[in-house]
Design a protein around this ligand. Sequence first.
Ligand code: AMP
Ligand code: GLY
Length: 429
Amino acid sequence: MKILVIGSGAREHAIVHSFAQEAAATGAEAHELHAAPGNPGIGELATLHAVSAVDGGAVAALATSLGADLVVIGPEAPLVAGVADAVRAAGIDCFGPSAQAAALEGSKAFAKDVMAAASVPTALAHVCTDIDQVADALDAFGAPYVVKDDGLAAGKGVVVTDDRQEALEHAQACFATPRPGAGDPVVVIEEYLDGPEVSLFCLSDGTSVVPLAPAQDFKRAFDGDAGPNTGGMGAYSPLPWAPEGLTEEVVTRVAQPTIDEMARRGTPFAGVLYVGLALTSRGTRVVEFNARFGDPETQVVLARLTTPLSAVLRAAARGELADFPRLRWSDDAAVTVVVAANGYPSTVRSGDPITGIDRAEAVEGVHVLHAGTALDEGTLRSAGGRVLSVVARGEDLAEARRRVYAGVDHVVLPGSHHRTDIAEKAARG
Ligand code: AMP
Ligand code: GLY
C-alpha cells in the first residue's frame, strides 16, 4: 500500500516503524510510506512532506496527489479540526474519526454526556460555566480536587490537587483562556478516582470493536509519581497484575456501548477509541476518552502486535472489522522510556545536540523513536519537550527494563531527564 501518516511524534514514528517492518515479517512487498510533517526519525523510513497536519485541504490534496491507499491520522488536533473528513471527502480511506466523533476527546463535557447516555461507568462530574459553580462543585466532592479544562489543552488541562486554592486558580485560568470559535469556556469538576490507571486502545469501524493489548502510562514527570502531569514519561505492556477479563469487561461495558451510542447519534466513531481507566476500589471507571492512539503507550503496544498493523487499520477505515481475523500478539514484554528535554513539562530548552542513538539501538531488542527532534545541517538536535522514546522488547518486563535502560544510558542529550522507575513495580511482581 501507499500510506500517508499525519503527525510528527514518537507515536507516529512507532506507526511508521510497524508499517516498515511488515514486509520483513510477512515477506510481502514493502509499503510506500509517506508522512506529513513527520520528524527526522520518520524520515529514515518514509518520504516527508512539509504539509501542516491540521490543514485538511492540504492533507487531502497531498493524499490525492500521492494516490494514497490509506491515510492514518496520529494526533488529536487534526482530528478535531476535521482532517479525516477532508480526506474521506476526497474518496481516500482514512483511519481516524470525523470531527464530530473526535469531540469524545475534544470536549470533556460531551464525553460525559455520551458516557451517561451509554451507562458507561465514570467519575461523577459537574460541568461549570463560572467560578461560583466551580467552588460549589469542589466543596460537593471534597479533596482531592479534579479540575479539567473542557477543551484540548495538550496535556495541561487537568489539575489534581489537595489545595482548594490551586484548584480554583486552575479553573480561573481555563475560563480566561481564549478559545477561538469554540464558544464559552467550560470547566469540568470531577469526583477523584483512586487506583491504578490502564490505557486500552479499542479500534472501531463505527460498528465493531477490536481491542488492542492494555498498557500502563506514567503521567507524572518524576520518579515515584512526583511532579506535574506530562504527556507521558514511559509505558509498558502487558500488565501482569491486571485482573483477568479486564479487556473483555471494558469492551462490553465501555467501548461497545460508546460506539453504539455514537452511531445512534448519527456520528459514528471510526478510528481508535483510547479508553483511559482507573481500577478503583469501587470498580473500573473511565477517566478519559481520547480519539487517537496514546503516546507513549502506542510505542509498547505496537512493539508486541504481530498482526500487520496496516491491514487492521485499513479494515477499520473501510468498515470491515467484523470479519477481521483475531489479532496476534508476541509473548514478549515491551517497555518504553521517554527522554525529555531540560525543563519539560514547563518551559523547555531546545537545540541541544543528540548523540548515541546508534549505540542505544545496538542493545538487543532496542529501537529508538523520535519525537521532538530536528536536523540542523546534519546535526540532530532537540526540538520539543519529549525528545525520544527508547523502546525495548524482552522475554519479560524485567528483561525489557534492563534493555531499555541500557539503551537510555547510551543516549546523550545535555540537560535531559527521564524516569528511572518505568515498569519497576510490575517487573518485581
Ligand atoms: P485526562 O486528561 O482526563 O486523562 O487527565 C489526565 C490525568 O489526570 C489522568 O491520567 C489521571 O492521572 C488524572 N485524572 C484525571 N481525572 C481524574 C479523576 N477523576 N480522578 C483522579 N485522577 C484523575
Ligand atoms: N499517554 C497519554 C495520552 O496519550 O494522552
